[in-house]
Design a protein around this ligand. Sequence first.
Ligand SMILES: CC(C)(COP(=O)(O)OP(=O)(O)OC[C@H]1O[C@@H](n2cnc3c(N)ncnc32)[C@H](O)[C@@H]1OP(=O)(O)O)[C@@H](O)C(=O)NCCC(=O)NCCS
Length: 208
Amino acid sequence: MTDEPTAGEWLVPPPRTAAGWLLLRRPEPGDSSALYDAVVASVDHLRPWMSWAEGYTPQMAEAFVDRNAAKPGDPPVAEVSYLVWDRDDHLLGVCGLHARIGPGALEIGYWVDVRRTGRGVATLAAAALTELAFSISGVRAVEIHHDEANRASRAVPARLGYELVATVDDAPGAPAEVGAELQWRMTRSAWPFSDGARLLEAARTSSP
Ligand SMILES: CC(C)(COP(=O)(O)OP(=O)(O)OC[C@H]1O[C@@H](n2cnc3c(N)ncnc32)[C@H](O)[C@@H]1OP(=O)(O)O)[C@@H](O)C(=O)NCCC(=O)NCCS
């Protein structure tokens, strides 16, 4: 017997986490119009890397909110997304945790509204999500995967001190992908000493 989580529905994600000037919180009823607005404004920026962005509809935003909202009794899930907000309640982007890379490991995904990029949103949000992932019992490693051509995405794990552990062939899933997936990993034992943990602490100190 092992209590190590495997792929599947074992995640019980907390409702929110704060990271200085950023707040990550699970979607709530009423968030779908802000989400729809962010995707529609960002469609040219998202489309190269995320095929779902093309033809996004208000119904898709509503379904996303419903799927990722906290449910009574906190049933375990296989993946969860958080909306990323600033202190003025502007939606900045979305980030998520996925239990799809094997036992004891979670994968982080993210995108940022094109009107909010280049300010460290994805980097700080991924740091907060890494910390949150390690607050879940049994999580030994967190990974970030991206296509080799996605330079902006690559900068995120690199800046947090994730280790590049593999490059694997992966059929392109979006128009700009070249089909080589870079896999970066942070372990539970390395996290407290990482650039990501330091970044998080600095963000909380400068804007508690
Ligand atoms: C990838 C993405 C989430 C980054 O969001 P962000 O909030 O702008 O990221 P940050 O500001 O935290 O960091 C971005 C880093 O990438 C760098 N960067 C941005 N565009 C770049 C490019 N074309 N080439 C190289 N580096 C780039 C920035 O300079 C920054 O690094 P620096 O501060 O060291 O200079 C955002 O560009 C996005 O939403 N892209 C489309 C969706 C996507 O690709 N998601 C990831 C799929 S794996």
